[in-house]
Write a protein that binds this ligand. Structure first.
Ligand SMILES: [Zn+2]
Length: 142
């Protein structure tokens, strides 16, 4: 009779060949639009279209599931930058509404567009580093 450990392999995170993935390094590389693993290849093939794989290390980018998280994060970031400034200017200076809108609306639009791709890259980098979704090659589930 064989022992249980000889016949069945119990999956643990340590049982597979685990590649070391630093979350902050991966997020910084993604923020710069680079591959989270090698930091060299391009992450995006269009403004918000993630490429299918890295041109340098051939990492498969298709398992990412950024979905709406980058947009939510951009709203939070831009809102936390803009709202205190708007409140401070309104309470201290009370400029006319047309002047405020002519400054705040374009600023919001430009800041959101500038942040959207880097934030999406950082989210993809975080997902890769944390082995989320299909980025864990040792995941026993299909
Ligand atoms: Zn790469």
């Amino acid at each position: 009779m064989e022992s249980l450990s000889a016949t069945t392999k119990i999956w643990t995170r340590e049982s597979g060949a685990v590649e070391k993935r630093d979350v902050w390094t991966s997020m910084k590389r993604g923020f710069r639009g680079r591959c989270p693993r090698c930091g060299e290849g391009k992450l995006f093939r269009a403004f918000l279209k993630v490429d299918s794989n890295c041109s340098v290390c051939n990492l498969d980018f298709t398992p990412h599931r950024a979905d709406d998280l980058p947009a939510y994060l951009v709203i939070v970031i831009v809102g936390h930058l803009l709202v205190p400034i708007i409140l401070w200017i309104e309470t201290d200076y009370s400029p006319p509404v047309w002047l405020q809108l002519s400054i705040y609306l374009p600023f919001t639009l430009v800041a959101s567009l500038l942040l959207l791709q880097p934030v999406k890259g950082a989210v993809v980098g975080m997902q890769w580093a944390l082995r989320m979704h299909g980025f864990d090659e040792n995941n026993p589930e299909p």
